[in-house]
Design a protein around this ligand. Sequence first.
Ligand SMILES: *Cc1c(COP(=O)(O)O)cnc(C)c1O
Length: 381
Amino acid sequence: MVVDLKIFEGVKTPFYYYDKRLLEATLAEIERCISGHPVKVLYAIKANTNPEILRIVAAHGFGADCVSGNEVDAAIEAGFPAKYIYYAGVGKTDEEIARAIDHNIGCFNIESIEEIEIIAGIAAMKNKTANVALRINPHIDAHTHHYITTGLAENKFGIDITLLEKAVAAVTAHPSLRLIGLHFHIGSQITTMEPYRILCERINAITKQLAHNGIECKFINVGGGLGIDYDRPDANPIADFKGFFDTILGNLDVEPGQIVCCELGRSIVAQCGSLISKVVLVKKGLEREFVIIDAGMSDLIRPALYEAHHKIENISAAPTAEMATYDVVGPVCESADVFGKDEILPTTQRGDLIAIRSAGAYGETMASRYNMRDLPGTLLR
Ligand SMILES: *Cc1c(COP(=O)(O)O)cnc(C)c1O
């Protein structure tokens, strides 16, 4: 990581450092890729709801993809236009639905046939019409970790493709609902374009069938999931947005007037964030040496939860320092509280600063107070 350590002076560790310039460069690259195309990018705010980050993304005119009532409120607060706030989630409560209707959000992404009735009832009670899209599960294996693959046949997300006609009939039967689109989301940390190409083919077949039945969809939402390079954040600081948009725009049949939406989370914010932590002590075991840092799984749970690996750097060590092999672990009382095994780092000492890279997505938002630890701080510069 290239950073002037002076900006970290006096900041209590552990904290998330967000590189504002990289975030801006990432947003600019997305804008460049979609310029002149009928594309609306929604930021999947669950990746990072830091208020400053939300304001920066909103200022670029993006929409917001939300998965809870509080996320909808946060998106409104940060300045995302209600019209481009889309609300997904398999278990929206009545109270959350009512709040979102009161905000006049742009769309509910419906995840089950049962939910159609519930949203229709609440909208009718309020004498309002709710825009809805059907989230269809297209049975695509996105080849990512089993916890973050969502487009396969047997999981809780979306409406099975075999139930599509039934779902369309249910929506159109309700005067308080307006069907405005279809929604898909096939997984996360997808690093090849093949799953997206297959997704486009499935979507083309579906929209063709619906058009044949007289149903037009204004919005085709292809979801998110574009992956980033966790191993080489400096070589690839910006995700392959060009590959992603070229694949979508090159393979999706888009009719005049139709708008393609996508919901990018990780690829927008992951690389601009690092978890900065201090070495509490270096413990010599019998066969291993442990670098014990003041950040733990309560601050960044991805390694413990998904077996994820983030690049680890000693940013205090001199460039000429000799290398050594360490296990880098946190202080939390769980064996899973490990950031890296057999990490090759410069010789590390108590007090050194450690950067855990690519931590801007699903880091701060998943932090907890387990072990009664403080929540991590933040620094955006
Ligand atoms: C989480 C989520 C996203 C964003 O996924 P990323 O992998 O962060 O791009 C998009 N859409 C839906 C419905 C989601 O649940």
